[in-house]
Design a protein around this ligand. Structure first.
Ligand SMILES: [Zn+2]
Length: 119
């Protein structure tokens, strides 16, 4: 399966999708949008192919220098972010695409899920 990096203008964010063709990748990217006014830029990224079905956030953040939001408090995470309160050594990678500022944030998130009866 081929990896494609899609940048969506309206969400101001990028993500990686896996598809055989550029047209298919674009379709997947469009399906992720929550409005009709989007511009999506799709480009082939061969070095991500080996991660199918999902590029781990750890790789995107630490090797590719992508930004990410904490799944609990929405704090921006990334090596290039200039924030004295942020220590990238504390960042915790959870299941799927979950990433947390630190273990405290992860614990809070787990508690929230528990309260909602999901966990
Ligand atoms: Zn957080």
């Amino acid at each position: 399966m081929k990896a494609w990096e899609c940048y969506c203008d309206s969400l101001e964010s990028s993500y990686v999708v896996f598809a055989n063709t550029e047209a298919e990748a674009r379709e997947i990217a469009i399906a992720k949008q929550d409005n009709d006014e989007y511009y999506i830029d799709v480009k082939r990224v061969i070095r991500f192919d080996k991660f199918y079905p999902q590029v781990p956030p750890k790789v995107l953040i630490e090797e590719e220098h992508w930004w990410w939001r904490c799944s609990n408090c929405s704090q921006m995470l990334g090596n290039d972010i200039d924030d004295d309160d942020l220590d990238m050594n504390d960042v915790v990678y959870g299941d799927d695409e979950l990433v947390f500022c630190n273990s405290g944030c992860q614990a809070e998130y787990d508690k929230k899920l528990e309260r909602m009866g999901i966990k």
